[in-house]
Write a protein that binds this ligand. Structure first.
Ligand code: ARG
Ligand code: ZN
Length: 917
């Protein structure tokens, strides 16, 4: 790529925005303003004297000036630190040689080479931001990405400052962990002592420390070059016995990274710790990954198949960061997708290689469309590489992660596996031990394959989801596809790789012949490079059916008026499992929208016919087939309606009713087949915690999908066929009480609200909730499951229940005889409470605005405890721009009201951006 295309720091933009007085960090950080840090750090030494309310941190930094000279003052970040002393080369500084403010420390006239020593005191117990060093259930733990290290000590808290860390820990806790190798441990007086040394340079966001009364399960991995690596999974004592799956998943991930990417682990030990209070899923600290315990510790009697698969992929994700993130890190936070997009791509490939490729792919796309597409259509829309931010924590988004992975997937498609791997190899070799940029990444593919890719770069800088309109016509023996691309959020065109196939009516593949210069016959990919283009296939028999954007080859929306008959062919015969599923989704969407617009049409019958065939399908892999029974998510449908009605928007409650009517109609039309399939998939395989058998998982998923239709058959049965209600109730009750398999039980639980909503009968709900309450009442990690059932219930008292939970900090069982504690400062309880409400469409979108009001009142409270989590919760308002009139203005009004209150910078940024939608 040309050097000019690189994001070089430009002197012009840098001087325009002068730093605030207190620190060099402006309120708005800009990619264009990047400047290297003036110091290079030769080594960092940390001594922690741990105490829950007053921990002492002694930090010594060996440095030299990067270019031999230093400016008059040098900046160290520091937040909420009590500075006890600061010294340079052993001499305590007097007040004139430094200046401390609420963001950090200026040091004046540092010598070109030296040693900075600071001593600070911090209070981990009171730190409920869950960033920096904090205490969770009596365990000391850290979270430093993105900017948490500045809450531990004074330091240049930026990813491009890398150093070798040596860490000493003094504590009365029995287990003391940090990154790298243990070099010494024992007693110092009455205290326990450990010293850790990490031989690899790293930025401070990868630093980790854990101290507590933990237990471990140990295993081993022998690397491809024959080195033995000790593996340890740590947990709180009460969760001993839930670490086995994590250990086996880690071993699988290590093996896979060797075979698929040729990447071998580099230290003699790798450890993972599960912590109860954690802001998100997990963190890839060098050789000491720290996880939200909910996403690490599993038990086959407690966790469903879905949770097992999820944990498998998170463990892989964090492990894969060892190369894509740790060994090669980021120059600045704008490059976040360099590690996250790539690592998500890697964990997705891992899951696809291990399970069913098609079903994994369509789950990825469901996630992308439900989450990232909605984000990209909202005021939160931003490019994969943003160019400005106020709070980087607000940019750990679907766009940076999932769309970032899609961008790499397109690159992989364009290059093919061999050239892609050559590029990766080059990238890692060139950037090992360095802080890299997205340009470094793309240049590696260019250098390794002797090609140019600057035309691909707009994917990193363009926000919005492209819409590709396609028209199909025939001229003689030619089949012509007319393409045109547009994007609501950006003007420029993008290079869009569309994988294509043609079938005849019986599903036989038709050979593709095209002379277009952007047609790649070997991969069957057409690269749409222009705003409009025309692709001609010659010698195509009449009636050919087009399969477009196969495997979701590009993250776009298609506007293609394909006939229902053609879609039915694809639904039956497409050998691309993703597109077979997609044909069903398109038919389902049309059926739902026809109902929404109250059009009389035959959309429903086309969908029903395809659906009926699926019910008796015996050849599709069960895992994939199960997904064919799911209707498009409401978020996707909102986008679809809003795209068709730019001015008027979408009515979420009417849309929900349309979905329910379609589902109910299918359920009653196909009753017999649904029950037959339900019966045929009863009791498929028990969960074996360590070996997940794809066909068994698929069988259970089909069984659960059938149950969903059985319950929803009551939708069109309201007139009160009591016998049918009783029958459904019995099936649902048995599904819960007579199955021991937790994946089945959890499916019944997830449908019990719907059953009660449809019938007004709460007896079974009370029975199931009581039973489940007894199961989870001693297990904090599972509270969330129960909480979600309460806040997700569409009943008149639900908002009151939520308010009560927050006010009393207690959650009761249905009979009110027992309670568990609720804590706002525990994300694992808070997310289900508000996530359940946001998914409870009739309550969340209430016309009187009470749903938003209750939600945002909680957000406001959380903001006083943990800004990060408060800000993230605002994502649940990203449907704002799609809403029709009264919904939109009501939601807006409540967000504006929040903005007028005293809230954090993080939360303000999210609310302001949401309102821009
Ligand atoms: N790097 C972590 C991961 O992807 C997530 C860190 C999230 N940090 C944050 N501030 N949101 O696994
Ligand atoms: Zn990650």
């Amino acid at each position: 790529m040309s050097k000019a295309a690189k994001t070089k720091p430009s002197a012009k933009t840098a001087t325009k925005k002068s730093p605030t007085k207190s620190s060099p960090r402006p309120t708005v950080v800009r990619l264009a303003d990047y400047r290297p840090y003036p110091l290079a750090l030769d080594g960092v030494h940390l001594l922690f004297t741990l105490d829950a309310t007053r921990t002492l941190v002694d930090c010594t930094i060996d440095y030299h000036a990067n270019d031999g000279r230093l400016q008059k003052k040098t900046w160290l970040d520091g937040l909420n630190l009590e500075l006890l002393s600061v010294a340079v080369d052993g001499k305590i500084l007097d007040k004139k040689s430094y200046e401390k403010n609420d963001k950090g420390l200026w040091l004046f006239n540092l010598p070109p080479r030296g040693k900075i020593t600071t001593r600070v005191a911090i209070n981990p117990r009171d730190n409920r931001t869950l960033a920096g060093l904090y205490v969770a259930n009596d365990i000391f733990t850290t979270q430093c990405e993105a900017e948490g290290f500045r809450r531990i000590t004074f330091y240049p808290d930026r990813p491009d400052v890398m150093s070798i860390f040596t860490v000493e820990i003094l504590s009365d806790q029995p287990v003391l962990l940090s990154n790298g190798n243990l070099v010494e441990s024992g007693k110092r007086g009455a205290q326990n002592y450990a010293k850790w040394h990490d031989p690899f340079k790293k930025p401070c966001y990868l630093f980790a420390l854990v101290a507590g009364d933990l237990v471990d399960e140990t295993g081993e991995f022998v690397t491809m070059s024959g080195r033995k690596v000790t593996l340890k999974i740590w947990s709180e004592k009460q969760y001993a016995g839930r670490t086995g799956f994590a250990l086996s998943a880690l071993q699988r991930a290590m093996k896979w990274d060797e075979t698929r990417f040729g990447l071998e682990y580099d230290l003699d030990i790798f450890q993972i710790v599960g912590i109860s209070d954690f802001n998100f899923g997990a963190m890839e600290n060098k050789s000491l990954n720290i996880f939200n315990a909910r996403y690490l510790l599993l038990d086959k009697n407690i966790n469903s198949d879905r949770e097992y698969l999820g944990v498998d992929s998170i463990i892989a994700h964090e492990y894969f960061h060892n190369w894509s993130g740790d060994r090669v890190t980021l120059r600045d936070w704008f490059q976040l997708s360099l590690k996250e997009g790539l690592t998500v791509f890697r964990d997705q490939e891992y899951s696809m290689d291990n399970f069913d490729r098609a079903s994994e792919r369509l789950k990825q796309v469901q996630g992308l469309r439900g989450d990232q597409f909605a984000e990209d259509a909202s005021g939160l829309s931003h490019p994969v590489r943003p160019t400005t931010y106020k709070e980087i924590d607000n940019f750990y988004t679907g766009t940076v992660y999932e769309k970032g992975a899609e961008v790499i997937r397109m690159l992989h498609l364009i290059l093919g596996e061999e050239k892609f791997q050559r590029g990766i190899k080059h990238y890692i070799k060139q950037n090992d031990g360095r802080a890299a940029t997205i340009e470094d990444f793309i240049e590696s593919f260019e250098a390794a394959n002797d090609m140019t890719l600057d035309w691909f770069m707009p994917w990193y800088s363009t926000k919005g989801t492209p819409m590709v309109a396609v028209a199909q016509r025939h001229a003689g023996k030619d089949l012509i596809l007319d393409f045109s691309q547009s994007n609501n959020k950006a003007k420029n065109t993008l290079p869009i790789p569309l994988k294509i196939a043609l079938f005849d009516k019986n599903g036989a593949a038709i050979k593709l012949i095209s002379q277009h210069k952007h047609w790649h016959a070997d991969t069957a990919v057409f690269l749409l490079q222009a705003k409009k283009d025309k692709l001609v296939f010659s010698d195509v028999p009449a009636g050919a059916v087009v399969s477009l954007n196969r495997g979701f080859s590009a993250p776009i929306n298609l506007d293609f008026a394909q006939s229902a008959a053609d879609l039915a062919v694809l639904l039956r015969h497409d050998d691309d499992g993703f597109n077979r599923w997609e044909a069903g989704q398109v038919l389902a969407t049309r059926a739902i929208l026809a109902d929404y617009y109250q059009q009389n049409s035959d959309e429903f019958s086309s969908y029903r016919d395809g659906f009926a065939q699926l019910l008796t399908d015996q050849h599709t892999a069960p895992l994939s087939l199960a997904e064919n029974f799911s209707l498009p998510a409401l978020d996707e449908l909102l986008l679809a309606v809003a795209n068709q009605n730019k001015k008027t928007g979408a009515d979420p409650i009417k849309l929900l009713q349309a979905v329910r009517r379609v589902r109910g109609q299918l359920a009653s039309d196909q009753e017999e087949k649904i029950h037959a399939r339900y019966d045929a998939t009863k009791n498929v395989g028990a969960v074996d915690g360590r070996n997940l058998v794809p066909d068994d998982i698929g069988g259970r998923a089909i069984n659960n999908a059938m149950l969903q239709f059985i319950v929803n058959s009551l939708q069109n049965n309201k007139s009160g066929d009591k016998k049918n209600v009783a029958r459904v109730k019995e099936i649902l009750s048995n599904h819960y009480f007579k199955n021991d398999n937790i994946t089945l039980k959890k499916a019944a639980l997830s449908l019990i609200n719907r059953f009660s909503e449809l019938t007004g009968d709460e007896e079974l709900r009370d029975a199931m909730l009581s039973d489940y309450f007894d199961k989870i009442k001693k297990d904090e990690l599972l509270f969330g499951d129960y909480i979600r059932l309460l806040s997700g219930y569409d009943a008149p008292h639900t908002l009151g229940v939520i308010e009560q939970i927050v006010a009393t900090k207690k959650i009761f069982n249905p009979s009110g005889t027992e309670s568990i504690d609720f804590r706002l400062d525990k994300p694992n309880e808070l997310y289900p409470l508000l996530g359940g409400l946001a998914g409870n469409i009739p309550q969340f979108f209430r016309a009187d605005g009470k749903g938003y009001e209750v939600f945002l009142a909680v957000v406001k409270m959380v903001d006083g405890i943990n800004h990060h989590t408060a800000a993230r919760l605002v994502n649940m308002f990203n449907s704002l721009p799609q809403l029709s009139a009264p919904y939109k203005s009501t939601m807006k009004k409540h967000l504006q009201k929040l903005l007028k209150q005293k809230i954090s910078v993080q939360l303000t940024e999210m609310v302001e951006r949401t309102l821009q939608g």
